[in-house]
Design a protein around this ligand. Structure first.
Ligand SMILES: Cc1cc2nc3c(=O)[nH]c(=O)nc-3n(C[C@H](O)[C@H](O)[C@H](O)COP(=O)(O)OP(=O)(O)OC[C@H]3O[C@@H](n4cnc5c(N)ncnc54)[C@H](O)[C@@H]3O)c2cc1C
Length: 491
């Protein structure tokens, strides 16, 4: 008889794990509390505009394709990846800007305009960090660290030391580059998973490295096209997805997960895989006796505030991914880690409609304007209408400083917001943190919550809150580790 798996949540992790288990012959049922699937990778559609709700930066397209190849399908039948070049435009408050290209010669030309010393430094940074990336990819990101011995052995520890993880991102970059604007741009990317570049490990410089080496892609129709592609595969493999189906409890009997309770109904299964965030799940879905002191002590990442703007004009000065770096960059980053709002923020602006006409009506632009803000545990910002408007005005005033954007306010025909409250209410993001459990060194690898619950048999976790961590590619890698773990156990 087929083994039966229940998955709590239809985020990227839940859907990817479902596909892998369906392919292994499991019967799979996914229970999703929201009316739409995808979790944080979601979509806002209105008046002909399409906005990727959160995730927008697509690195390592090969990892997105891997799940299709692993089950014998061709990703090209489901998805169309568009190249983005330049992959970043960086605006400085002084009025100048710089472009970064997949072709490193062109990037170097951009940097040479600043200084030859820094173009040499950038090449050295790429060289050294590539070596680290290879070590991390082969020895950490694709390994399951569920047991003490899997991490604490001579081989792995030696590899960990080779990563020289203790220096902060900022101090590491300082070794190679002098220009503070260039350092700020690289720091900004290293912060994508929500760690401070001034305090936390330099291992996250792998993010700018990977972007430079492999470029960035856009999936035609936006990130949500990936969710639609996964949904199609799940349907082809006869998996079942229930929406508006909140799970209230994981059924545990004598230390073994036996199924779930949803809307007062009991659903039995051989294994339960929880895609709802780990910290939320241990507090709300699992009997209290199983929460550990370590679970209670976990630290969480900051949050975000996003403005979605529909504009009735094309903005040629904009690329798909843009950064606006504050002249007081350090303060603009450190403040929200200290639980404060910053009045001089650094901003990320995403405009997929630059190269994908599916995202906005003719002659229009769809843009997301995003800043980091404290999560709801760091600060009790009310996020009422007045508070949102105030921050919104600060951001629009900053964007008006960019050449060609002086008239932006007159061309806004649609405006929506996303706050830390929305992340918490919609997706059970713990404390409204955008990037789940923080990636400080003591919450990564073996130290991050494990894929397999230590005390509850047949209960597994998938998603950004467990190893290897946050970000669509990492969550996709995690689904493979979950599959391996389940298959090892049923043998
Ligand atoms: C603002 C923002 C920007 C980001 N930008 C990028 C980016 O550019 N590139 C990138 O790669 N990554 C990015 N990320 C990270 C990426 O979006 C996440 O790491 C990834 O989507 C997490 O997927 P997941 O499967 O772990 O969980 P989630 O997406 O959180 O999915 C969990 C699912 O479980 C459901 N659920 C929760 N509780 C229950 C319950 N009790 N019953 C039933 N269902 C439940 C939720 O509704 C949700 O659908 C960004 C994240 C944010 C917030």
């Amino acid at each position: 008889m087929k083994k039966n798996a229940i998955i709590v949540g239809a985020g990227i992790g839940g859907m990817a794990t479902a596909i892998r288990l369906l392919n292994r012959g499991f019967k799979v049922q996914i229970f999703e509390k929201e009316k739409s699937i995808g979790g944080k990778v979601n979509i806002l559609e209105k008046d002909g505009f399409k906005f990727d709700l959160t995730a927008s930066i697509l690195m390592t397209p090969d990892i997105y394709k891997e799940i299709f190849f692993d089950i014998g399908k061709n990703p090209d039948h489901y998805l169309n990846f568009l190249k983005i070049d330049p992959f970043y435009r960086v605006f400085f408050e002084t009025g100048s800007y710089m472009d970064f290209y997949e072709n490193i010669n062109k990037t170097i030309e951009s940097i040479e305009a600043i200084s030859t010393e820094d173009s040499i430094g950038y090449m050295k940074f790429i060289d050294k960090t590539y070596e680290k990336y290879k070590i991390a990819d082969e020895n950490f990101l694709r390994c399951n660290f569920d047991s003490f011995n899997s991490f604490f052995n001579i081989g792995t520890l030696r590899k960990a030391l080779k990563l020289k993880p203790l220096k902060s991102t900022y101090n590491y970059l300082k070794n190679y580059i002098k220009d503070e604007r260039l350092i700020s741009f690289l720091c900004f990317q290293a912060m994508y998973i929500g760690v401070s570049p001034f305090k936390e490990s330099n291992v996250y410089t792998l993010i700018p490295l990977v972007s430079q080496l492999y470029g960035l892609r856009l999936i035609e129709g936006g990130m949500y096209s990936y969710i639609n592609a996964l949904k199609k595969v799940i349907e082809e493999l006869e998996g079942e997805i229930y929406t508006n189906a909140k799970v209230d409890k994981v059924l545990i009997k004598e230390g073994v997960a036996q199924g779930i309770v949803s809307n007062n109904n009991i659903y039995k299964s051989d294994i339960v895989i929880c895609n709802a965030e780990y910290s939320y799940a241990v507090e709300e879905l699992i009997d209290e006796e199983f929460i550990t002191l370590k679970d209670r002590a976990l630290k969480h990442s900051p949050s975000v505030f996003i403005i979605y703007l529909g504009l009735d004009k094309k903005y040629e000065n904009l690329k798909v991914h843009n950064h606006f770096l504050s002249k007081n960059f350090r303060n603009s980053i450190e403040s929200f880690f200290h639980g404060e709002m910053c009045s001089e923020p650094s901003i990320y602006i995403y405009s997929p409609s630059r190269i994908d006409s599916n995202m906005a009506p003719n002659g229009c632009e769809a843009i997301n304007v995003m800043i980091r803000v404290p999560n709801l545990m760091q600060s009790n910002g009310k996020w009422d209408e007045g508070y949102k408007k105030n921050i919104r005005n600060i951001l629009i005033d900053k964007i008006k400083m960019i050449q060609g954007f002086e008239d932006i306010e007159e061309h806004i025909i649609l405006e929506e917001y996303l706050t830390p409250y929305d992340l918490r209410e919609r997706f059970n993001a713990y404390g409204g943190a955008a990037f789940s459990i923080s990636h400080n060194l003591f919450q990564t690898n073996y130290f991050r919550p494990h894929i397999k619950h230590k005390k509850i048999k047949n209960l597994y976790f998938t998603g950004g809150s467990v190893h290897p961590g946050t970000g669509v590619s990492l969550v996709l890698l995690n689904s493979k580790l979950v599959e391996e773990s389940v298959m090892r156990d049923i043998k």
